[in-house]
Every structure is written in structure tokens, then in C-alpha cells.
Design a binder for this molecule. Structure first.
Ligand code: SF4
Length: 67
């Protein structure tokens, strides 16, 4: 099974807020979207993937690892 190892935001976020709405445990908008420090991303994989799919400019990058 693949697990999310890392989530990053590439340049180009338009600060639409969608990822924060979909997955507030992980994302917050400062000037652009940020990933919260210290969050256990493995606990929020569903909403991280949903946010990545819904991002209008596709800048949420998910790195997977085999577990
Ligand atoms: S959904 Fe995409 S464009 Fe919108 S705030 Fe999140 S990272 Fe930025």
C-alpha cells in the first residue's frame, strides 16, 4: 500500500482557499497555501488527495512511499 510521505505546495498557488476548506487539519492559507508544521499527514490522506484533485492550479504535490 502506498502512503503519503510528503506534501508540498509548488509555486503558483492562487490562494483560493479550497484546500483549507477541504482539509483544514493539513492546509492553511497565509499568503499562499501552507502545510501545517508537525501534522501527521498519514492521518489525513483522504482529504489531502481530495484537496490535490480540487486545486484549480494543481500545485499540491504529493510524494508517495511504499509502506
Ligand atoms: S487549492 Fe490550490 S490554489 Fe487553492 S489555496 Fe490550495 S494550493 Fe492554493
Amino acid at each position: 500500500m502506498e502512503q503519503i510521505k510528503k506534501v508540498t505546495i509548488s509555486p503558483g498557488c492562487i490562494s483560493c482557499g479550497t484546500c483549507e476548506v477541504v482539509c483544514p487539519e493539513v492546509f492553511y492559507i497565509k499568503d499562499v497555501s501552507c502545510v501545517k508544521d508537525g501534522v501527521d499527514i498519514t492521518q489525513h490522506e483522504g482529504c489531502i488527495k481530495e484537496a490535490a484533485q480540487m486545486c484549480p492550479v494543481q500545485v499540491i504535490e504529493i510524494v508517495l512511499e511504499e509502506s
